[in-house]
Design a protein around this ligand. Structure first.
Ligand code: NAI
Ligand code: MG
Length: 501
């Protein structure tokens, strides 16, 4: 029997057929080299499955399929309403298969099953449905100049889009990129992260089942430096959309220069959360917890730097510690009570532990956590929620993205100081402000150098609202109507109605 499909039983008893190939032209194929990558369960460090890994020669085949599909009248000339119907059908299929998809996500990534099902999958369905609704509403304009001329614009798709996604929200990041690209009529070569290669392959079957023509969506697994780089450098790819680290984003931008690809980058952050003396402290504590501890702290917009005004600094710390202790229950992600599962990989686990060492050696106060968590069978990449206080601005843990259940807290005196220290970073993704003074809230929101500001909340994003960063946190926007700009060109058509040369 072919090894392109294997029967698996997940730890929660869910049985399903896992595809293992590359999804090109609506078919499953092996990689030309036969190379594979192995996916690991971060809860027990056991192997789940091996899947085929694409190399540059496979990327070439996928790009050719995507190019052919882009030019094929079946897709190119499809009515916009029919395109919306396909996306809507896909959202329904995902909804029907959400338990299986959430199971795979939890097994491979380590996020709590309840979160995968009720939050990630709900947003995946919502995002595809949202962009289904946009498909027949992407209009050009008529631009009035004079009676002798008719000028209008057409919003046309960019072409073949390379999409490189990370491991922290495998299906959700796929949805954020598939939805807007498909609703505007592009075709896609997507590469999933090598740490979480499984759920995307199950999703690929649903894309075919929804009725998308062959070649419109091609999905590959493979290593960043091989398959990812081949996509970023490909001369027949028109656009690259990437979510991941700032370092890799910079590499991709350089590679994409080879043919001046249109780019959207969504990269790292060290997002500040400011708590003023006049804040509702209960709310600040709760949102600050979600803002950094959600998804094992593996969130690009995590508010990982908390700055608290000196009048409430001690009180905030004691209440925050208490709340983290009570709420951040570490454990098996398939157990209902678990808030925090393992870090995604050994590399990420070791990275977080190394920042803990760094914080200690630089002299910050370790207020809680700071060690691996060993009570889940003595295995897995679990870390106790970690809080450092009295952190100074020059410390590595204040400046660098850790990407774990790891937060630094520092105190400030004035509003001016808070803003200048919040902005003293190369990043500019999220930010949060807690105050009951509405004037101050909006004043500070304008001055924060960030793509997103949450007033009296944190990480409260919404698929209808633009998402993205400034400075080294990225280029361009995803989600909302703004997400369409990342996947369309405005073609100008000039019609001469009487001007004589
Ligand atoms: P990464 O940025 O290297 O990986 C993200 C994606 O890029 C993966 O699909 C990977 O295969 C691909 N990739 C890697 N190198 C590439 C290359 N040279 N050319 C083309 N594609 C390439 O991130 P990694 O190494 O998994 O995690 C390191 C750190 O990155 C994390 O600790 C975290 O700080 C940050 N990160 C941020 C994310 C976000 O949501 N903004 C998501 C994942 C990681
Ligand atoms: Mg894994």
């Amino acid at each position: 029997m072919s090894d392109l499909f294997i029967e698996l039983t997940a730890p929660n008893g869910c049985k399903y057929t896992q595809p293992t190939g590359l999804f090109i032209n609506n078919e499953w194929v092996k990689s030309k080299s036969g190379e594979k990558i192995t996916s690991i369960n971060p809860t027990d460090e056991e192997e789940i499955a091996s899947v085929y890994a694409a190399g540059p020669e496979d990327v070439d085949i996928a790009v050719a399929a995507a190019r052919k599909a882009f030019k094929d009248p079946t897709w190119r000339d499809m009515s916009t309403t029919a395109r919306g119907d396909l996306l809507y059908k896909l959202s329904q299929l995902i909804d029907e298969h959400k338990e299986t998809l959430a199971t795979i996500e939890t097994w491979d990534n380590g996020k709590p099953y309840s979160v995968a099902l009720n939050e990630d999958l709900a947003e995946v369905v919502g995002t595809i449905k949202y962009y289904a609704g946009w498909a027949d509403k992407v209009h050009g304009q008529v631009i009035d100049t004079s009676p002798a001329k008719l000028a209008y614009t057409i919003r046309e798709p960019l072409g073949v889009c390379g999409q490189i996604i990370p491991w922290n929200y495998p299906l959700l990041m796929a949805a954020w990129k598939l939805g807007p690209a498909l609703c505007c009529g592009n075709t896609i070569v997507m590469k999933a992260a090598e740490q979480t290669p499984l759920s995307i392959l199950y999703l690929a079957n649903l894309i075919k089942e929804a009725g998308f023509p062959p070649g419109v969506v091609n999905i590959l697994n493979g290593e960043g430096r091989k398959a990812g780089a081949a996509i970023a450098q490909h001369l027949d790819i028109d656009k690259i959309a990437f979510t991941g680290s700032t370092a890799t984003g910079r590499e991709i931008m350089k590679m994409a220069a080879v043919n001046l690809k249109n780019i959207t980058l969504e990269t790292g952050g060290k997002s500040p959360l400011l708590v003023f003396d006049d804040a509702d402290l209960d709310q600040a504590v709760k949102w600050a917890h979600t803002g950094i501890m959600y998804n094992q702290g593996q969130v690009c917009t995590a508010t990982s730097r908390i700055l608290v005004q000196e009048g409430v600094y001690d009180k905030f710390i004691s209440e925050f510690k208490e709340y983290v202790k009570k709420t951040s229950k570490v454990g098996d992600p398939f157990e209902d009570a678990t808030f925090q599962g393992p870090q995604v990989t050994k590399a990420q686990y070791e990275r977080v532990l190394s920042y803990i060492e760094s914080g200690k050696s630089e002299g910050a106060t370790l207020a809680s956590g700071g060690v691996a968590y060993k009570d889940v069978g003595g295995r897995g990449f679990f870390i106790e929620p970690t809080i450092f206080t009295d952190v100074k601005d020059n410390m590595k843990i204040f400046r660098e993205e850790v990407f774990g259940p790891f937060v630094v807290i520092s105190s400030f005196k004035t509003e001016e100081e808070a803003i200048s220290r919040a902005n003293d970073t190369t990043y500019g993704l999220g930010s949060a402000v807690f105050t009951e003074n509405i004037t101050k809230a909006h004043r500070v929101a304008r001055l924060l150098e960030a793509g997103m500001v949450w007033i009296n909340s944190s990480n409260d994003s919404d698929l209808r609202i633009p998402f993205g960063g400034v400075k080294m946190s990225g280029i361009g926007r995803e989600l909302g109507e703004a997400g369409l700009d990342s996947y369309t060109n405005k073609k100008a058509v000039h019609v001469n109605l009487g001007t004589k040369l």
